[in-house]
Design a protein around this ligand. Structure first.
Ligand code: ADP
Ligand code: ADP
Ligand code: MG
Length: 447
């Protein structure tokens, strides 16, 4: 097992990883930007190193500074968390060449799956159902028009290197194609440094259901149930739950086995998530694979009783998976609400600033993963997610009740938050009935 791990991230996920390391008896190294001098992760780690100025490009994305921090402190492994360098194949291979273990899959798996158009081809070959569309990236507008005609409008144009819900555009008619493709390519280049785009049929009112998998270095792959992430705003997740209200044991097994096949098709190691869209007839289609731990991992931890971050570290250090498929049972129901410093009334404008007063809920079955404290100043440079509230109960109704009261108790003064917005979702009749899809928030909340 590692003696010392460096966490190449910030915020609640950095804190989450530090805690997992402590339980494993591993010393931790936090890295931070000048804007994060007072952040929780920098304070609770055994050692902390400043890696550059506020702008992520110069700090949390500064590979040389992070590798140097490893060398200076003698950390043997890097946990990348999510976002930042977590899906950067070049960084993973840099670690490898420097003799540092990257806690995640091999660089070639990251590269293969990071190109979403390419990944679909790999999955199709492995017998995993995919959404119809272009076979790889589109080469020209006429190419795109031909594909769209074949699959039928509306279609989506998506950035091959996309992530975080960005770089996705809807095209309703052939007339819009040229303009939209051009904008999409430009956006893709700006956001992701790669202008390739691909075309996909738009699935109407689908549900986003993803499967968590965990793989060791010896070819063992296990699926850990699903997460329903259909509660979305602008293709970004807002609230997640497991099990999905539409799931059956039979479908879970089928999707789980597809997910395992997908992972095996690319020699996958460590934690990963296969994202599927599920249509009204419960047909499911591979959308993408995220080659990292995800924001919503705690709901899976709640129902399976497995610490996913600890397992990531264990398998990265060369241990075998400590469980097999038949050891995985889903126990009860879990829901996560993402708590963001933002103002829903002002089009969810981020709301950085100082937290004047903070009261967090607690009690049986309530978990908070957070990086804020009273008096903390949220810097304006990074993601607006400041906490995750997770509840676990024997059944869905009880979990909803627990979440409702937990949200009501949650007080954050000094900055705006989406806590009331989350409460409105939790109280909504359709949500209570488990009757919602990816278009729900846009439609019901007129977003
Ligand atoms: P999930 O929420 O399922 O873990 P997301 O796609 O929402 O996955 O990404 C998690 C975090 O990583 C978010 O903070 C998101 O903004 C960020 N992120 C994801 N992909 C990218 C990317 N390609 N570039 C920059 N940030 C990204
Ligand atoms: P990202 O890499 O940004 O996470 P995804 O490919 O996972 O992008 O898509 C994000 C979200 O966009 C999905 O959860 C879904 O709501 C929507 N979406 C993506 N592709 C389609 C599609 N073909 N049909 C309908 N909705 C889609
Ligand atoms: Mg996605």
């Amino acid at each position: 097992m590692f003696k010392k791990v460096l966490i190449a991230n910030r915020g609640e996920i950095a804190v989450r990883i530090i805690r997992a390391c402590r339980e494993l008896g591993i010393k931790t190294v936090a890295v931070y930007s000048t804007a994060d001098k007072n952040s929780l992760h920098a304070q609770i780690a055994d050692e902390s190193i400043c890696i550059g100025p506020a702008n992520s490009k110069d700090s949390y994305l500064n590979m040389k500074a992070i590798i140097s921090a490893c060398e200076i402190t003698g950390a043997e492994a890097i946990h990348p968390g999510f976002g930042f360098l977590s899906e950067n194949a070049h960084f993973a291979s840099m670690c490898q060449r420097c003799g540092i273990t990257f806690i995640g899959p091999d660089p070639h798996s990251i590269e293969m799956l990071g190109d979403k158009a390419q990944a679909k081809k790999t999955m199709e070959d492995a017998g995993v159902p995919v959404i119809t569309g272009s076979n790889g990236a589109v080469k020209s507008v006429s190419d795109a028009l031909e594909i769209a005609k074949k699959v039928g409008y509306p279609v989506l144009v998506k950035a091959s290197a996309g992530g975080g819900g960005r770089g996705i555009r809807r095209i309703n008619t052939p007339k819009e194609m040229e303009e939209q493709i051009t904008i999409a390519q430009q956006e893709a280049l700006n956001f992701f440094g790669d202008s390739s785009v691909y075309i996909e049929k738009l699935i109407l009112e689908p549900k986003h259901i993803e499967v968590q998998i965990m793989a060791d270095n010896y070819g063992n792959v296990v699926y850990l149930g699903e997460r329903d992430c259909s509660m979305q705003r602008r293709n970004q997740k807002v609230l997640e739950e497991t099990p999905s209200p539409i799931m059956t044991d039979k479908l879970r097994k089928k999707m789980g086995e597809s997910a395992v096949r997908a992972a095996k098709a690319c020699g996958y190691k460590n934690a990963g998530t296969i994202e599927f869209l599920v249509d009204k007839d419960r047909n499911y289609y591979f959308m993408e694979m995220n080659t990292r731990i995800q924001v919503e991992h705690p709901i899976t931890e709640a129902v399976t009783g497995i610490d996913l971050v600890k397992t990531q570290i264990l398998v990265a250090s060369g241990e075998k998976l400590p469980f097999t498929q038949k050891d995985i049972h889903m126990n009860g129901h879990a829901i996560e609400c993402r708590i963001n410093a933002e103002n829903p009334a002002l089009n969810f404008r981020p709301s950085p600033g100082t937290i004047e007063a903070l009261h967090t809920p607690g009690g049986f079955g309530i978990r908070i993963d957070s990086a804020v404290y009273q008096g903390y100043t949220i810097p304006p440079y990074y993601d607006s997610m400041i906490a995750k509230l997770i509840v676990h109960a024997p059944d869905r109704d009880t979990a909803i009740m627990k979440m409702k009261w937990a949200l009501s108790e949650f007080i954050v003064d000094g900055v705006d938050t989406n806590i009331d917005f989350q409460l409105n979702i939790i109280r909504h009749k359709a949500f209570k009935e488990g009757n919602y899809n990816n278009s729900f928030l846009e439609k019901e909340f007129k977003l």
